[in-house]
Ligand binder design. Sequence first.
Ligand SMILES: NC(=O)c1ccc[n+]([C@@H]2O[C@H](COP(=O)([O-])OP(=O)(O)OC[C@H]3O[C@@H](n4cnc5c(N)ncnc54)[C@H](OP(=O)(O)O)[C@@H]3O)[C@@H](O)[C@H]2O)c1
Length: 358
Amino acid sequence: MVVKLMRMRRDGMFRKVMPAVPKFMRAAHMIMPAVPKVMRVVHYGCRNGEAHGLKHVEVPVPAPAKDEVLLKVEAASLNPLDWKLQKMTWGSSFMLQFPHIPGIDVAGEVVEVGARVKEFKAGEKVVSVLSHVWGGGLAEFAVAKENLTVSRPSQVSAAEGAGLPISGLTALRALIEEVDIKLDGSGKQKSILIEGASGGVGHHAVQLAKLGNTHVTATCGTQNIDFVRSLGADEVLPYKTQTLIWSLSGRKYNAVLHCSTGIPQSIANLSTNREVIDLTPVVSTKWTRDVRTFFRKKQLVPKFVSLKKKNLAYLVGLKEGKLKTVIDSKHPLSKAEAAWTKRIDEDGDASGKIIVEP
Ligand SMILES: NC(=O)c1ccc[n+]([C@@H]2O[C@H](COP(=O)([O-])OP(=O)(O)OC[C@H]3O[C@@H](n4cnc5c(N)ncnc54)[C@H](OP(=O)(O)O)[C@@H]3O)[C@@H](O)[C@H]2O)c1
């Protein structure tokens, strides 16, 4: 058998292209669309370019390493992390190599698998989280680690699957680990405040919290009140018109999940010795927080997403409408700038996730 090995450069690394297979051995591959040599991607070559910095180019299709799958991307979602990396407002963005293809949440179809991949084969629909350093989501094809890829059931659309990983995993971790909510509803009833409940993390958090016998008070922009109520929140407050976020029913909160930027105003309403879980901790607000929290026996707890395959599989597999990923808008890859601009707008009028489709 003649084996052709080509090597190509991708993100500064050499990756092996799959060996060519003789015609008589190609039965399994014949039903799969051929993988082209080049693909369309959106990338940026330097920091701070915002939407103007995005360029549409063709690059070689990457080949999967031994522990990776190659996906035909059907949908990618954007997270604040994507534009924060471009603006360098997030700690490890110094590790980025340019040009950088943004996007780490993807859903697609497996078209090739690395030599050691056991769980997937070509033709399977999946959801994956890509490395934030390598990115790769705003592209026609992407390589993903097997250990951060899960099967996607037929009732979960590509857009819903792509909208789930980072925001769903962040909400899940915060609620389970910090608030100790049991998602089967078996725990003691708790009362929590979710700030920024109309966003990617917030809208998943409201739904997950409701699975766990929780009274949810939520904040969002005035335009999103009905949307957040439809997710199951018990009380919804507009953050723009209320500076102190009191529960209308006079409840003290067992915990606050702060799914927005800035210093949480809500710490005053918290029961003593309880926590505000802050998903966007930044150095500049640390001192203010320390002073506020020191005298009040209340804590601000920074929390970061943890990428665990079993948790992603749990979220993707939640059935009977228990968790819905709401799509704010879909944008073709050829118009990725529109999605980027929408995401970069910190005032935000998005509800749910912003999706880019090749
Ligand atoms: N630590 C981690 O590992 C981790 C993981 C994921 C996300 N995050 C961070 O968590 C934050 C939320 O992420 P996301 O994906 O949910 O973002 P998103 O989709 O942009 O949602 C942001 C939310 O914040 C709300 N908001 C805007 N200004 C507000 C204010 N002044 N007070 C209260 N709420 C306000 C928005 O409400 P309206 O649109 O209704 O106005 C929206 O619901 C981001 O800063 C993100 O970087 C951190």
